[in-house]
Write a protein that binds this ligand. Structure first.
Ligand code: ARG
Ligand code: ZN
Length: 874
């Protein structure tokens, strides 16, 4: 069953050119394929030609015009083998498929009457027989035939070269894609769509037409995506020297989509949730997410499409690099420190959890059963952290030279992670061999640090010990090369001290290199006792522990020159207080708020900050999920109680400051998703959250007012959430009803409406989920609805999902079992919270394992099978 990386062999045959013709019918679409095939020069003659194919009905097959006899090929559930093909030939096949029956949303399917495709990773094999692997690259010519009245728009990759009318009210368009590509980048869209058009002139003067295709009702929601696309195109030219290469770039928005979006050559397909925005329907967070995803998919045109992956083990080659590129883009066009804080806060919660659980895997895995399960936080986000470390290690200039070399040397090829890192080594002259371990070792490295100031000798000794915990099939780990950006902040001066290490000034960036299991760094000429500021900007994806006292943390919160570490000091300080309160809760002792935390927050509020978005982040307590990640055993109730207690204590002690903050940051200027406005709204809304934590009349009135004022979705959604999460149903119910009625026709807003209700801390949350699953706006067939209702509940409503009666687990299991049949990829993702059973107390472990067993008893898709087996093997 599993595929192993070390089994890689080049394909026996290559496809030089692919001609496709689709006759679209919901229940019986005919696909004709003509492949121009030739033997791979490195492989001997006479080997069979192996084509992938699933759920296809073969109606004809011929080589060079001659129909094949039954003895000349073999058919199976997973493909077709031509036993003795010639050296060079044309292979013609015709198959029938049923887009209407396709609920997995892989291959060709129907979404709201519109045909669309998702081929990455292995969806093309559900369209036609083909060597469906990324190292087979061909130019494509695609003819799409469909009913003219219902499918007026027919799209595929590249440029339209011919169109015309056919009998019976049908018409066709032929598309040519001149760039050789693997099958996973193929795309087709057909439907009753409308477009918004714009232009972009590239740096070399190519005039590119930009189109965003949507259903008519969504025509007013494309401005931000279009503006983001143009910014991204310009940024990639300026930053990486990368220019767009076709005359046409299209984006299509579809309702039913498993992921965020897909970078098909010249024809990006997007989940509506990842592209549509309007001030009245989308929040600031959505505006920023759309900007990032539009850029991400566009950047793939080079990092992914022009240079692609040799095999799927190299997935992070394109994804890690492209996420790094989109993160840098978003940092450049928004508030850079906030972008970093948000990314790291998410990473340390979700990726750390993945790395510590049964599905932990390296950035480049060694084996998989179902590649669809490997579109993970580790491949994407940890992969991006690894590229970021590379960039910091070699420096931007060498990184850019390495990137130029990579794109030049491998243009039009399918390559490996070594190929990429080798370019960086060549461009910088650095030895990156130890660094490569980041790609092969799973698990989050832990660094235990401690330091000593030697007053007499004016020395500071910093000792770092690294250790990576065992992960499934990797019991032993080697020491990694870990770049640690740091400073020593003088306790008298409050400033960064000049750092001298081994008699030399430390480089400007203040990076020390940890390469051994344990290393001591001795800084000399340290004139005053310092507090170390370690891992600035989160310079490596590690868990770093240092025995900071609360005074140290309050000091860093006030004085650190690194904005990221200022924020992190606040988080660490809050964590210390939370730890005490969690223990108090567990021991049944009365909870007492640490006054030092209150004073640190008071000081923060009084000092203020130029960057309001950073300030908002600093005032935000660690999430329950993050707190849980920091505990040896997760105590769901204690975490919830402790965090609520801190929030209420801060609110009570600092209510005047929060009120002032709220008033100062109110504004009724017209909505724009600018970094300034977003920062201001975040800060105002954080203040409102604190005020509502104690639910006094004044706070309730403000929340109500903000909801009623209906100024933009960010403010309305925030106010509605506070009302719905309050203890008063007389506030929650009317607001929910009004909102639900107003937005019944907008699926993406209804997703918010679902999510807000099912994150309620009240005990009725689970019953609401069950009830809402019967709501007319809900459908198990739509991944956005499933994520909004069930995914949000299981991942974000911890106290209710982890109910001690096991009802939360049962509900999730019921849904996973149904989705296993309908949409295995979504099912395998949704089950994640249950796979983390080892983190909980004994009774919960038993309940969770019981549900996993219940899933295992089903006839499982490979996706769900792989995850369940790993989870139960622990
Ligand atoms: N390459 C796409 C992106 O990162 C995601 C495709 C995911 N496909 C899948 N079957 N999981 O933008
Ligand atoms: Zn991607």
């Amino acid at each position: 069953k599993p595929t192993y990386r070390h089994d890689y062999r080049p394909p026996a045959y290559r496809v030089r050119h692919t001609e496709l013709r689709f006759d679209l019918e919901p229940g019986a679409t005919r696909v004709r394929a003509r492949l121009h095939v030739e033997r791979h020069p490195e492989r001997q003659a006479g080997e069979p030609l192996v084509l992938d194919g699933e759920q296809l009905l073969l109606t004809s097959i011929a080589i060079d015009g001659q129909a094949l006899a039954e003895a000349e090929y073999a058919l199976s559930d997973t493909g077709l083998t031509v036993l003795r093909p010639p050296e060079r030939f044309l292979l013609d096949t015709e198959v029938e498929i049923s887009p209407r029956e396709n609920t997995a949303l892989e291959g060709l399917y129907l979404s709201n009457g519109m045909y669309c495709t998702q081929c990455e990773a292995e969806g093309f094999r559900r369209i036609t027989y083909y060597p469906d692997r990324p190292d087979v690259m061909a130019t494509f010519s695609t003819t799409v035939v469909g009913d003219k009245a219902t499918l007026p728009v027919l799209l595929s990759n590249g440029n339209p070269v011919e169109r015309g009318e056919l009998p019976d009210g049908r018409h066709f368009v032929t598309w040519d894609d001149p760039f050789p590509k693997p099958s996973y980048l193929f795309a087709l869209v057909a439907g009753d769509l409308q477009k918004v058009e714009d232009r972009f002139t590239t740096m070399s003067g190519r005039d590119v037409t930009l189109q965003i295709w949507v259903e008519k009702a969504n025509l007013g929601k494309t401005d931000h995506a279009m503006a983001s696309l143009k910014r991204a195109m310009q940024w990639d030219e300026q930053t990486y020297g990368r220019e767009y290469d076709l005359d046409l770039f299209m984006i299509v928005a579809v309702d039913d989509f498993n992921m965020g979006a897909m970078e098909n050559k010249g024809l990006n397909i997007f989940n509506t949730a990842a592209v549509l925005t309007h001030p009245h329907t989308a929040t600031d967070a959505t505006f920023q997410r759309v900007e990032g995803i539009v850029a991400h998919e566009y950047f793939h045109n080079w990092s992914g499409n022009r240079v692609t992956c040799r095999d799927w083990f190299q997935l992070s080659l394109k994804e890690g690099f492209t996420v790094f590129r989109d993160q840098c883009f978003s940092a450049d066009v928004n508030s850079a420190p906030v972008k970093r804080i948000e990314d790291v806060a998410f990473f340390r919660t979700a990726q750390f959890a993945e790395d510590a659980g049964p599905t932990a895997h390296p950035v480049r895995p060694d084996h998989y059963i179902e590649i669809g399960n490997f579109y993970t936080l580790t491949i994407y986000e940890k992969g991006a952290e690894v590229v970021r470390m590379l960039c910091n290690l070699v420096g931007w200039e060498a990184f850019r030279r390495g990137s130029d070399l990579y794109f030049e040397r491998f243009d039009g090829q399918a390559v490996t992670i070594e190929d990429f890192v080798d370019c960086m080594a060549e461009a910088s002259g650095l030895d990156l061999s130890q660094f490569m371990l980041w790609y092969s070792q799973a698990g989050t490295p832990e660094i235990d640090a401690h330091g000593e100031y030697d007053y007499a000798n004016a020395e500071y000794r910093l000792t770092l010990r690294q250790r990576t915990p065992a992960t499934p099939d990797q019991p032993e780990k080697l020491a990694l090369h870990i770049p640690i950006r740091m400073g020593l902040v003088g306790t008298k001066s409050g400033r960064d001290l000049a750092l001298t290490l081994d008699g030399k000034p430390l480089d400007r960036d203040g990076v020390i290199h940890l390469r051994e299991a344990e290393q001591t760094f001795v800084f000399t000429d340290v004139p005053e006792a310092p507090v170390p500021s370690l891992l600035r900007g989160f310079s490596a994806p590690v868990q770093l522990r240092f025995p900071y006292g609360r005074e140290d943390l309050a000091f860093l919160l006030a004085n650190d020159s690194d904005g990221f570490n200022r924020w992190d000091a606040g988080q660490r300080l809050a964590m210390l207080a939370l730890d005490d309160l969690i223990a108090a809760h567990r021991n049944g002792v009365e909870k007492v708020m640490d006054p030092r935390v209150v004073e640190a927050f008071r000081a923060l509020l009084e000092r203020g900050s130029k960057d309001k978005a950073v300030m908002a982040e600093m005032l935000t307590l660690p999430s329950e999920a993050y707190i849980a990640e920091q505990q040896p055993l997760v105590d769901v109730e204690a975490i919830h109680a402790a965090r609520t207690f801190v929030e209420q204590s801060l609110a009570a002690a600092l209510s005047d400051d929060f009120l002032r903050l709220y008033e100062e940051n109110r504004s009724d200027i017209p909505y724009a998703p600018t970094p300034e406005q977003i920062g201001q709204r975040s800060l105002k809304n954080v203040a409102l959250s604190y005020l509502m934590a104690i639910e006094d009349e004044q706070a309730v009135a403000l929340a109500h007012q903000q909801f009623e004022a209906d100024h933009n979705m960010t403010d309305v959604r925030h106010a509605l959430t506070l009302l719905v999460h309050s203890s008063r149903d007389d506030l929650a119910d009317p607001a929910l009803r009004a909102f639900g009625e107003k937005w019944a026709h907008e699926p993406l807003v209804m997703d918010q409406w679902f999510a807000i209700q099912v994150t309620r801390p009240q005990t009725d949350a689970l019953e609401r989920v069950r009830y809402l699953m019967g709501h007319p706006a809900f459908s198990l067939k739509n991944p956005n609805r499933v994520r909004a209702l069930v995914g949000t509940f299981a991942n974000q409503n911890r106290i209710n999902f982890h109910r001690t009666d096991g009802e939360g687990y049962r509900l999730l299991t019921d849904v996973v079992i149904e989705l296993n049949r309908l949409n295995p990829e979504i099912a395998a993702r949704l089950v994640t919270p249950l796979t983390r059973w080892q983190r909980f107390d004994e009774p919960r472990q038993e309940l969770m394992k019981g549900e996993l067993e219940r899933i295992r008893a089903e006839k499982l898709s490979p996706n769900v099978y792989e995850v369940i087996e790993k989870a139960l093997a622990q």
